[in-house]
Design a protein around this ligand. Structure first.
Ligand code: SF4
Length: 383
């Protein structure tokens, strides 16, 4: 049996494209969701048959796009398929990303009955003007209603996603968003800073000087205040942008940060396997037509299959692992790569410790508070 593996299912459909969105998703779907799920099942079957050894899947994550556009019966088909083809553990964390405005009491009850046990709610902001500016399809009231409906449908594990550093946002405004999230008492909060991605309407607005993003100092302050407010409210910061009540960390995302196996299905999904050492990765085409025509020919739709070089794998192990505030264990690095961290990165680590960005204690290396804020500088040092 191979190592434990996380399964990711990409659902590339949205009601409307948000103005900042660079994810693989379309609001002009050439396929019905049922047809797409049939393709997903075909891909899962082909992948299961192509694996050198059976897998034991420990988590399943339906992300997007907007997975809450799927009928519960289709979500059930995917979960049942994963259980049959990849021995999905009966106690596995099964997450569905849901957008407010696309769920009802009945669809949420259906997802729960189909086996979804964790909901990730894409709230992003509790301010209607800001939501409109982002091009989101929902209001703040709909976000609160969706949360409430999900609790009533039996979801005892709900995460809320927020974005900071939005156009026209100041620190007071951001604090209000975090407080509004805390008031709902979610189990998990993800708070990412806005990045303006090439090719999005936000990128064009930025080029025209019409985006009015907070300056670096304000953006850094918002990031710091997120941690202050959430930790005071009882949420542990376990990753740079992720906070959880005790026992509510995302199992699935921790697989990515710990460089575990994951298999991605659907248009634009990425996959990684640790074997052959030091790892291989591939991705599926973003284009739905290319994705579907490969499968119609009985071929796995993978592109860009890459066997990692040892040096790249070492750097990746380090900067993914350091995202977790528990840090990385030096012994695990040795077990994985047969060399010590000091031997490979001694001078870099020493420099970052002296600069107060890393802390080395009893065989564990982790970011300091300052290192969390300046994490990009830390990660760049290992590249
Ligand atoms: S809902 Fe998410 S995936 Fe869909 S357009 Fe908006 S940001 Fe992109």
């Amino acid at each position: 049996m191979n190592d434990a593996t996380a399964l990711y299912i990409h659902i590339p459909f949205c009601v409307r494209k948000c103005l900042y969105c660079a994810f693989t998703s379309t609001d002009d779907a050439p396929l019905a969701t049922g047809e797409y799920v049939a393709l997903l099942m075909r891909e899962m079957e082909l992948r299961a048959a192509a694996l050198a050894a059976p897998l034991c899947a420990t988590s399943l994550y339906l992300g997007g796009g907007t997975p809450s556009l799927l009928k519960p019966s289709l979500v059930g088909t995917i979960i049942d398929g994963a259980a049959r083809l990849f021995s999905l553990d009966p106690s596995a964390e099964i997450t569905l990303e849901a957008n407010p405005g696309t769920v009802t009491a009945s669809s949420l009850a259906g997802y729960r009955a189909a086996g979804v046990n964790r909901l990730s709610l894409g709230v992003q902001s509790f301010d209607d003007r800001m939501l409109a500016r982002l091009g989101r399809v929902h209001t703040a009231r709909e976000a609160r209603e969706a949360f409430d409906l999900a609790r009533r449908a039996g979801f005892d594990n709900i995460g809320i996603d927020l974005i900071h550093g939005l156009p026209g946002q100041d620190r007071d405004h951001w604090r209000d968003q975090v407080r509004a999230a805390i008031a709902l008492f979610p189990d998990h909060v993800s708070a990412y800073g806005l990045t303006v991605e090439e090719g999005t309407p936000f990128a064009s607005l930025e080029d025209e000087g019409a985006l009015a993003l907070p300056d670096e100092e304000d953006a850094a302050a918002m990031f710091e205040e997120t941690a202050e407010l959430l930790t005071t409210a009882g949420y542990g910061q376990y990753e740079i942008a992720n906070f959880a009540l005790p026992g509510r960390r995302s199992c699935h995302n921790q697989v990515y940060w710990r460089r575990g196996n994951y298999l991605g299905f659907g248009a634009g999904a990425h996959s990684f396997l640790r074997e052959p050492h030091p790892g291989i990765r591939w991705r599926n085409p973003d284009d739905l037509g290319a994705y579907g025509s490969s499968l119609a020919e009985g071929l796995l739709p993978e592109v860009d299959r890459t066997c990692l070089a040892v040096g790249d794998a070492m750097a990746e192990w380090l900067f993914l692992g350091l995202r977790m505030l528990d840090g990385v264990e030096e012994e695990q690095f040795r077990a994985e790569f047969g060399r010590s961290l000091a031997e490979v990165y001694g001078t870099t680590i020493e420099g970052l410790c002296t600069a107060g960005l890393l802390l080395r204690e009893v065989g564990v290396l982790r970011l300091t508070r300052r290192g969390v804020i300046l994490s990009n500088r830390v990660f760049a040092a290992f590249l």
